[in-house]
Design a protein around this ligand. Structure first.
Ligand code: IMP
Length: 192
């Protein structure tokens, strides 16, 4: 069986990928290859950061692998926070700090368009492939819902009247940026 490393220790992401990948690929987490490194994410694009993580694993551990990088881009904020989504309100900030900052910056702004985006980089047999998943929506003016994480309580996907934080994990996983990018990569891998 071909071994492939997912450059992540996020148990939920690993479970999702494993359940959808054909039995031909065995997916290993970073921990399972003995990697406890805090891999630097110093690029200023999703593509750049996803590739940095794969290069780290390939060069240091010698495994074919894939990695993802995500964030939210808000039109009226010139697509910020984008690649800085995790630390938008500063180092060590909470999800709540980030959401409050966004809502404050959008106060009185009528353009609420935003989009979540995930890029996956895959290094396989000496080649590099990228898969992008996006979901458009709007930033609401106050928190709604208590599920999910990150910007979920302030983001309502297009065509829905509920925020990501009002959806069950199953519902969100059917339409999310990450799910779309993962599906594209799995389609590709399952054809190998
Ligand atoms: P990551 O690259 O998946 O770790 O995402 C980086 C940051 O983007 C997270 O810390 C969140 O702030 C934000 N983010 C990414 N995906 C989501 C999502 O599905 N919901 C809410 N926030 C997200």
């Amino acid at each position: 069986m071909e071994k492939i490393v997912f450059a992540s220790n996020n148990a939920h992401k690993l479970e999702e990928v494993r359940s959808k990948l054909s039995s031909y690929f065995q997916v290993k987490s970073l921990k399972e290859i003995g990697c406890n490194d805090d891999i630097p994410e110093t690029a200023n694009t999703f593509v750049g950061n996803a590739e940095l993580k794969t290069l780290w694993v390939l060069e240091k551990y010698g495994y074919d692998c894939f990695a993802d990088d995500s964030g939210i881009e808000i039109e009226a904020l010139d697509n910020r926070p984008g690649v800085f989504s995790a630390r938008y309100a500063g180092e060590d900030c909470s999800f709540d700090d980030n959401n409050k900052k966004v809502l404050a910056e959008l106060e009185g702004v009528s353009n609420r368009n935003a989009k979540f985006s995930t890029t996956i980089c895959l290094k396989l047999n000496g080649e590099t492939h990228f898969f992008v998943g996006e979901i458009e929506g709007e930033i609401v003016s106050e928190y709604v819902g208590d599920k999910g994480f990150g910007y979920d309580p302030i983001f309502v996907p297009k065509g829905y009247d509920r925020s990501f934080a009002q959806m069950t994990l199953d519902e969100k996983n059917k339409i999310s940026h990450r799910a779309l990018a993962i599906e594209k990569m799995l389609d590709f891998l399952n054809k190998q």
